[in-house]
Design a protein around this ligand. Structure first.
Ligand code: SF4
Length: 291
């Protein structure tokens, strides 16, 4: 069995840089370090960080004064950040790409900001806080809800943005939808910002290319991670034999589907640490040599 890992698999540049900074903060400070939710969407990595006394908190306002609080790569609500800075030691590890979207949204606060993203995702929660008026589009169906036209009537200027890990198809459909409204005279101005992260797109493109020459593909990532799910969905559209697993133990669930294959592609999402990928790869090598 040949195991092929495409270029770009694993942590993205934003997470690599944030992890480096986080471990530096750990080295230079004593006591627990609290993170705004999950540092990355990966439960196994969360356990790993717990070993360094780095843990997530859902209630940063309950933390004792002067606690160390780290903003994860997704960013947080700007009002919460400003309040927390008054009593905690805050380290901002928001990915520069997310920061850039926050900045663009703030610069376009005279418009209704349309954000293509997942409801409740920490990144979109943060992005919304930079807009004076916003509409969140999470699916095709959202585009045809009457509330959209109602809200647009209040301000006929719009700016379109995307969560970094959103689907390009939904972004393009939304773009065409709003450009049509402009053409029909229902909107005065449309500004389009494609803010989907290129490193996510690059990984997907490479994975799709490699999967064409493989018998089966395995996507490795947390089931709750947007970029993992999107990677799986996009590969599944091109190929029938794609499996989505979270951790090495999950391999046992799909073993019968892969054990007789010659070429297996293993690709990790942007939020999958290399120690998980290495472990799955070693299990596959073992499986291949025992066949
Ligand atoms: S996926 Fe892109 S935006 Fe998100 S942390 Fe990585 S580099 Fe930054």
């Amino acid at each position: 069995m040949q195991i092929i890992i495409p270029e770009g698999s694993g942590f993205c540049p934003g997470v690599i840089a944030a992890e480096k900074k986080l471990l530096k903060i750990r080295k230079e400070n004593k006591g627990p370090i609290y993170i705004s939710g999950m540092f990355i969407h990966n439960k196994e990595y969360e356990k790993y960080l717990n070993g360094f006394n780095i843990k997530k908190t859902e209630n940063p306002f309950d933390l004792p004064e002067d606690s160390i609080f780290v903003i994860a790569t997704h960013g947080i609500d700007r009002n919460i950040e400003a309040n927390l800075e008054k009593r905690l030691k805050v380290f901002d590890l928001t990915c520069p790409k997310v920061k850039q979207i926050q900045k663009l949204i703030a610069q376009n606060s005279d418009k209704t900001c349309i954000i293509i993203g997942k409801e409740g995702h920490p990144e979109t929660t943060g992005l919304k806080s930079y807009a004076s008026s916003y509409i969140l589009i999470s699916s095709q169906e959202n585009l045809y809800e009457p509330t959209i036209l109602e809200k647009i009537k209040e301000n006929r200027k719009i700016a379109l943005f995307s969560q970094t890990t959103s689907s390009l198809a939904l972004f393009n459909d939304s773009k065409n939808f709003f450009l049509k409204l402009k053409k029909d005279g229902k909107i005065e101005e449309v500004k389009i910002f494609n803010t989907i992260c290129t490193s996510v797109q690059y990984r997907e493109q490479k994975a799709i290319e490699v999967s064409r020459n493989c018998d089966v593909s395995i996507v490795l990532g947390d089931y709750l991670s947007s970029n993992s799910k999107r990677l799986y969905d996009n590969l599944k559209q091109k190929n029938d034999e794609v499996y989505f697993i979270e951790k090495p133990d999950d391999l046992s669930k799909i073993i019968n589907n892969i054990k007789d294959k010659n070429k297996v592609m293993l690709v990790s999402s942007a939020s999958t640490p290399s120690f998980i990928e290495d472990s799955v790869k070693n299990m596959l090598i073992k499986l291949g040599s025992s066949g």
